[in-house]
Design a protein around this ligand. Structure first.
Ligand code: B12
Length: 345
């Protein structure tokens, strides 16, 4: 598809996002098809709303970046989650076809041709994705990380504190532990949620237990000399995954940087206002959800266009799990850098 066409489809989808998502949700809720009725017995009402919201965002991602693979990767994750919940995965083919029909109602026919071809592509890959979702398991050989994770899930703070006391006495050791045990343990927690073995509540307990101990550990590490550079950290709009930037903020302060962290749930307008107010040297967007890729792309585009922000001496960076598996993320997102690890700053 030519760049202009893809932009047209993307813009049409954005323009009609409200009608499309609302209509689709209604179609699902009012459907009398047995597969939909059965699925709604398993998937909670609120969950359907989120599935449609993320589905729409991932279609935007596919058109914005002209990469159907982003959508298919997301679809595989979705299939894994709902395979474990025993949903008939053919439901998602129906969802895609309904999406296509709804688009045809609200958008120009010409703009829907590419949406139809994306739905066809998914249908072609459906059986393979189903098979992959049914056997793809997260196997973690790191016994220490599994133990660590199990203790996080039950909120065993004394165990976590002792682990850090035994393994971390300086920033280098902290980073080693962070990139191995902690990262693996949290992935393990996520996989247990994905495979329907633990609840969101337990994900929260794990995060809160880790956060309470880890921030205290970093706080007590020795500080480096001041670097006279100001880092500004923020999470992609609409995301709750804020632990990584809380850790990043503290680590960078210890490394001698001046750090301003906006945390989660900041609207784009406020982020831009804050950049103008604080005039940092670097602004870094952290994103974890694949659906946030579109939010990050749009915010970077908006900041770059803003004449009140540029030509300020500002470098824009990205970091977070959402960018994993993307070849050259900084090129794709038109940023100055991408960090896969804290120490890459
Ligand atoms: C804890 C957690 C939550 C917590 C977040 C609490 C909080 N205060 O942060 C809660 C329960 C709120 C949550 C909610 C959701 N989550 Co969640 N969550 C996780 C979990 C288990 C761990 C994330 C985490 O904190 N890791 C520890 C931190 C330190 O590591 P990290 O974020 O991965 O960051 C690393 C790098 O990416 C990088 N990095 C990140 N930011 C930055 C910034 C800088 C400056 C630098 C240098 C580096 C850097 O550094 C870290 C080390 O490598 C992951 C599992 C996983 N695989 O990660 C799922 C996971 C991310 N969640 C997921 C999902 C789907 C959700 C929900 C949609 C559904 C749900 N589970 O409830 C909602 C989303 C709500 C929303 N709008 O954001 C999926 C995402 C799937 C996808 N690919 O899009 C995952 C992967 C679970 C899974 N296996 O399916 N979640």
């Amino acid at each position: 598809m030519k760049i202009n066409e893809r932009k047209k489809v993307y813009e049409a989808l954005q323009r009609h996002s409200f009608e499309i998502t609302l209509d689709l949700e209604e179609q699902i809720r009012n459907s009398t098809l047995p597969i939909v009725i059965d699925t709604l017995q398993i998937i909670h009402e609120n969950e359907i709303h989120y599935i449609i919201k993320y589905h729409f965002k991932m279609i935007l991602v596919a058109f914005y970046f002209q990469k159907a693979s982003f959508f298919l990767e997301y679809q595989l994750w979705l299939y894994r989650v709902y395979f474990f919940k025993k949903v008939d995965l053919d439901f998602f083919i129906l969802l895609n076809r309904l999406f296509e029909e709804v688009c045809k109602k609200h958008m120009l026919k010409l703009d829907c041709i590419e949406i139809e071809s994306l739905a066809n592509e998914l249908e072609d890959k459906h059986e393979d994705l189903k098979k992959e979702a049914s056997y793809k398991r997260y196997i973690l050989d790191d016994v220490e990380a599994v133990d660590f994770a199990k203790n996080l899930i039950i909120g065993n703070s004394p165990y976590i504190t002792e682990y850090f006391t035994n393994n971390v006495s300086n920033i280098k050791e902290f980073l080693e532990t962070y990139n191995t045990t902690i990262s693996n343990a949290m992935k393990y927690v996520g996989f247990r949620w994905e495979s329907n073995e633990i609840s969101v509540a337990k994900e929260h307990i794990a995060t809160n237990t880790l956060e309470a101990v880890i921030l205290n550990i970093i706080e007590n590490l020795e500080e480096n000399k001041s670097k006279d550079k100001h880092i500004f950290l923020t999470v992609a709009p609409h995301e709750y995954h804020g632990l990584a930037i809380k850790i990043a903020a503290l680590v960078y302060r210890k490394l001698g940087y001046k750090v301003t962290s906006l945390g989660t749930s900041m609207p784009t307008k406020e982020i831009k206002k804050a950049i103008m107010e604080f005039r940092p040297d670097y602004v870094i967007f952290s994103a974890t959800l694949k659906a946030s890729l579109i939010d990050v792309a749009l915010i970077v585009e908006e900041i770059r266009k803003d004449k009140k922000i540029f030509p300020q001496n500002l470098e824009i960076g990205i970091a977070g799990a959402a960018f994993e598996n993307i070849v050259n993320p900084s090129k794709l997102f038109k940023t100055d850098f991408y960090l896969s690890k804290l120490e890459e700053i």
